[in-house]
Ligand binder design. Structure first.
Ligand code: CP
Length: 340
């Protein structure tokens, strides 16, 4: 069967990928980053199009996917609800069926996780999850790539310890899943009420049992950072949680803020990470995010290299490439028609 006709492989959740597949992706991202740094990014996706649906604002995800397509020789379209019919005059199902006949892949940031699942169910082309209310798998893939880059040379992933401090966000869920799948050691530290729910812990715990990694959920933030190679945090509240801000601030501040005093409790090798955007002075201080142990901007840049790797992995095997002879044959037919 023609590759383009096969059921598409989506990127909705790293749980759909084996550890070997994820490691293969990390190696591909590294190769593409190196090529890009040499000014030699190959046009592997020449002529391909990516439809990008954003139900919420984005800086990193939007720019990284759009630039990745351009660098690889393709093209991206920014599709905002309100500017396309999805969810208002047209069902998600019909949107997926129509768009996927015109583009080679769809990236979607949706308010509800179910929306990206519904898009994927009816899409003829790969769908990439660009963040939902449940997870953010492209961010997590980028984060592990960044951790591999910033750990001492030769340190296997199975020796790395990640302390995620703060709310059980969609980024927390994705990072918990990918780290435990890859045999890493993941600790989530938060007050009881904001800890990862039991269903996440069950899935990540099963990953850890299979991979040799570990998962710990605790309210003891000092314990969480004491052996950490990476100290990670995310926003304490998001759009739609405005009414909860006073409660959340009381629960997290000051114990769970990443400030110098807390970071000093981690080993000297520990680096600070944040998916961004950050609320400076809330979950992290300026001194930490701008300090020598912060790798947040390298992490941000790696979104670009990650998207290139993902797009090449999902699209390259599916693209039709006609021979020069076949292109010349069709060109000749069309020109003959036009010149009649
Ligand atoms: N980290 C992240 O996804 O950033 P954006 O919301 O800017 O895309």
């Amino acid at each position: 069967m023609d590759n383009a006709m096969r059921a598409p492989q989506h990127f909705l959740d790293t749980q759909d990928f084996t550890s070997d597949q994820l490691l293969h992706l990390l190696d591909l991202i590294e190769l593409l980053k190196r090529a890009d740094r040499a000014g030699a990014c190959p046009k592997l996706l020449a002529g391909a199009s990516l439809g990008m649906i954003f139900e919420e604002p984005s800086t990193r995800t939007r720019i990284s996917f759009e630039v990745a397509m351009t660098k690889l020789g393709g093209h991206a379209l920014y599709l905002r609800p309100g500017e396309i019919h999805m969810g208002q005059r047209e069902s998600i199902r019909d949107t997926a069926r129509v768009i996927s006949r015109m583009v080679d892949a769809i990236e979607a940031r949706t308010l509800k996780h179910q929306t990206v699942l519904d898009l994927a169910a009816d899409s003829k082309v790969p769908v990439i999850n660009g963040l939902t209310d449940y997870n953010h798998p492209t961010q997590a893939l980028c984060d592990v790539f960044t951790m591999r880059e910033h750990s001492q040379s030769g340190t296997p992933l199975s020796d790395l310890r990640v302390a995620f401090i703060g709310d059980a966000t969609n980024v927390c869920s994705s990072l918990m899943m990918i780290c435990t799948r890859l045999g890493m050691h993941f600790v989530h530290a938060a007050p009881d009420r904001y800890q990862a729910p039991a269903s996440w812990q069950k899935a990540a715990g099963a990953n850890a049992d299979a991979s040799g990694g570990s998962l710990t959920v605790t309210d003891d933030v000092h314990w969480a950072v004491r052996d950490a190679d990476f100290v990670y945090t995310d926003l304490w509240w998001w759009i739609g949680q405005e009414e909860e801000i006073p409660d959340r601030r009381r629960a997290f501040m000051p114990a769970y803020q990443i400030n110098r005093e807390l970071l000093d409790r981690a080993p000297a090798r520990a680096k600070f990470m944040h998916c961004l955007p950050a609320s400076r002075g809330v979950e992290v201080t300026d001194e930490v995010i701008d300090g020598p142990r912060s790798i947040v901007y390298q992490q941000s840049e790696n979104r670009l290299h990650t998207e290139k790797g993902l797009l090449v992995h999902l699209l390259y095997p599916r693209l039709r490439r006609a021979s020069a002879a076949l292109t010349a044959y069709h060109g000749g037919l069309i020109e003959d028609f036009l010149n009649r």
